[in-house]
Design a binder for this molecule. Structure first.
Ligand code: B16
Ligand code: MG
Length: 214
């Protein structure tokens, strides 16, 4: 018998590389505010909510920001980010990922999205995967972002499966932490491959099919 009946994919950094667009948009905001911002700080933003991301960036600022100012900066960032997203097409999904999704579907394994992003549905439409997933749990469904397990628990609920039947795939340490807290096994790529508690460390997303469909 198979160990997993479903795979829950993170979106940014796993299905597609929107993480780079997040970086470009935040960089514009940081430059405008004259706040130092680099790839190391950017790595701390993976998987966490838009407002939490802004708070992490503002740790480097030499003054404090009011709630109103924070709301405005978060909205500005989202506008820049969404203007970058419209350039995305199905070519932004790696062939290895397209193949994996097809293999899982034809083997009868359910597939879902578990993303902190409130732009999930727009991104999925842009990259031609708007109707591909059996369930979508995203930033519009949750009150706590990763490392809280809520986004994955809602995905499992929408799939009608217990956490133990689902494997979470993540690129963020916060995402692996969320999966573990929710009782899910996890597969990590990139920096998430070295996260504590990760079940499978992947060098390449192609390695996932032999784990799920042995
Ligand atoms: P938005 P994921 C996360 O998506 C990103 O990794 C994180 O950097 C971003 O701040 C968060 O979505 C919110 O995104 O501003 O579009 O609502 O990795 O959980 O798919
Ligand atoms: Mg991610």
């Amino acid at each position: 018998m198979r160990k997993y009946r479903a795979v829950i994919f993170d979106l940014d950094g796993v299905i597609c590389s929107t993480d780079h667009y997040h970086y470009l948009a935040w960089k514009q905001i940081a430059d405008q505010e004259q706040i130092p911002f680099d790839e190391t700080i950017n790595n701390r933003l993976r998987g966490v909510s838009r407002m939490r991301s802004l708070e992490i960036i503002l740790e480097q600022a030499d003054r404090s920001y009011s709630e109103e100012e924070k709301q405005e900066l978060a909205e500005q960032k989202n506008e820049i980010y969404r203007s970058l997203l419209v350039k995305m097409t199905s070519k932004d999904v790696a062939e290895s990922m397209q193949d994996l999704l097809k293999q899982l579907r034809s083997a009868g394994v359910k597939i879902a999205i578990g993303s902190s992003s409130r732009n999930t549905k727009l991104i999925l439409r842009q990259i031609g995967l708007g109707d591909t997933f059996d369930a979508i749990s995203d930033g519009t469904d949750i009150t706590h972002s990763k490392p809280h397990p809520e986004v994955f628990l809602i995905a499992a609920k929408k799939l009608g499966l217990p956490a133990g039947d689902c494997l979470v795939v993540e690129d963020a340490k916060a995402g692996i932490e969320a999966a573990t807290a929710g009782g899910f096994d996890s597969a990590g790529i990139g920096e998430a491959a070295t996260a504590s508690g990760v079940t499978y460390s992947l060098r390449d997303i192609g390695e996932l099919s032999s784990i799920v469909i042995p």
